[in-house]
Design a protein around this ligand. Structure first.
Ligand SMILES: Cc1cc2nc3c(=O)[nH]c(=O)nc-3n(C[C@H](O)[C@H](O)[C@H](O)COP(=O)(O)OP(=O)(O)OC[C@H]3O[C@@H](n4cnc5c(N)ncnc54)[C@H](O)[C@@H]3O)c2cc1C
Length: 384
């Protein structure tokens, strides 16, 4: 990748996305299709490997630049959820993997020869309470034997590798709740049919999410990332990056909605005047714009802290909350501005509206962020 100035990166991503118009995304949405060619091009152009250090074949840039990529993808009308995980899942391998693991995976991920798009954390019975997860990985000789179930694991059918979080020490035998979990790289193609069953979930958006069933799946012991029992720490850093990148996607969605609403309000004439001449139509769009711009500042602040290696848990969470709420409101205003036409699929708004709704729930819901801020930042009593 040549472009390393932020404005150049944005322009190059915009140009790449322009080749995949909104009809491309609409067609995929209709058919539950996966944008293989788009993701390949984003990878080959170096944007998806932007966070991979140069010594492993990536661009060696930071979350500030990665966030700009994701924002522009969403602003173009695309759905970045088809590939965003590759950016932040890779971080766990980079920060906690052995040198041998980094050499084995990162250059191939940067080139697009290996796809690490899948992150297996959520379980049906424990949900947000990650530290209580029940999928077990028991060491037997030179393998770990995995049993259990995961839900909503996205893109696994379009990924070669999955980062899996599983319990290696029973909950009642650990000193701290954050101990006892371990992180593994799973070779999806090898695992499927040999202890891993994948069942797609029919869902509101085209996010390629699946249920996973593990029945004595054997994962080579050498595939553990970091130390046994320390898996929660392995994924924690990646979670802050995930929140910042998804917040940037929401900023992109929000700007998409505001641009679209303003353009339509300028052109649509009813009662012999553009609807945008009515302040009842103008003001909500102006407010949506202001909300998105404020959220964008928080996203940038969190990204800069992350890149500086500073603690950014609060900022990453707050950025995700503010941006996801602002993009949803902007989507609602865009719908309202378009009147009945908002419901026509060819206008693309309803698809983006569905897609941006996800981010108030995943990867972490708004309530859990408020709880984090209340208890960790404001020192209010713990509720759970
Ligand atoms: C399309 C999609 C894609 C996803 N992709 C992935 C993926 O790739 N990998 C992965 O691991 N997971 C993935 N997820 C899962 C996602 O991270 C979870 O759905 C999310 O974290 C919420 O967990 P839950 O659904 O179990 O909700 P629950 O934990 O059951 O919570 C339900 C509701 O109760 C609220 N709640 C729960 N506890 C409290 C509390 N103590 N105080 C206040 N409110 C509370 C929550 O805020 C939420 O609104 C995906 C989900 C979706 C829908």
């Amino acid at each position: 990748m040549q472009a390393n100035d932020l404005a150049e990166i944005r322009l190059a991503v915009r140009q790449l996305c322009a080749q995949y118009g909104e009809d491309y995304w609409l067609e995929l949405d209709r058919n539950n299709g996966y944008p293989t060619d788009f993701v390949e091009e984003l990878t080959k152009s170096g944007f998806l490997g932007i966070l991979i250090p140069e010594e492993y074949g990536g661009a060696g840039l930071g979350v500030v630049e990665a966030a700009a990529v994701m924002e522009e993808v969403c602003r173009s009308g695309a759905h970045a959820g088809v590939c965003h995980a590759q950016m932040y899942v890779m971080g766990s391998v980079l920060r906690h993997g052995s040198e041998q693991q980094k050499r084995a995976y990162l250059p191939k991920i940067a080139k697009g020869e290996l796809r690490l798009q899948s992150f297996g954390v959520t379980e049906p019975t424990t949900g947000t309470d990650t530290l209580s997860l029940k999928t077990t990985a028991v060491k037997k000789g030179d393998v770990y034997v995995v049993n259990g179930q995961k839900v909503w694991i996205s893109r696994i059918q379009h990924s070669d590798l999955m980062l899996l979080l599983a319990r290696t020490t029973p909950l009642d035998q650990i000193a701290k709740k954050t101990d006892g979990l371990s992180t593994f790289i799973v070779d999806v193609k090898q695992a499927e049919g040999s202890g891993l069953e994948i069942r797609p979930i029919e869902s509101m958006i085209n996010h390629h999410s699946c249920e996973l069933f593990f029945d004595d799946l054997e994962v080579p012991a050498e595939n553990i990332i970091g130390e046994e029992g320390q898996g929660f720490r392995v994924i924690l850093d990646g979670m802050n990056a995930e929140r910042i990148l998804i917040a940037a996607e929401c900023v992109g969605d929000g700007r998409y909605f505001v641009d679209k609403a303003a353009a339509y309000a300028r052109e649509r004439v009813v009662f012999n005047r553009p609807i945008g001449q009515n302040q009842g139509v103008q003001f909500p769009i102006a407010r949506a714009y202001a909300d998105i711009e404020a959220a964008a500042l928080m996203v940038e602040h969190a990204a800069r802290l992350f890149d500086a290696g500073e603690n950014c848990g609060a900022e990453a969470n707050i950025a995700k909350m503010l941006a996801s709420e602002a993009s949803w409101r902007a989507g609602d205003i865009c719908m309202q501005t378009h009147g009945g036409f908002a419901f026509a699929k060819e206008y693309h708004i309803e698809r983006k509206f569905r897609e941006t709704r996800l981010y108030q729930i995943a990867p972490i819901s708004t309530n859990l962020i408020l709880s984090y801020v209340a208890e960790r930042v404001l020192n209010l009593p713990r509720s759970y």
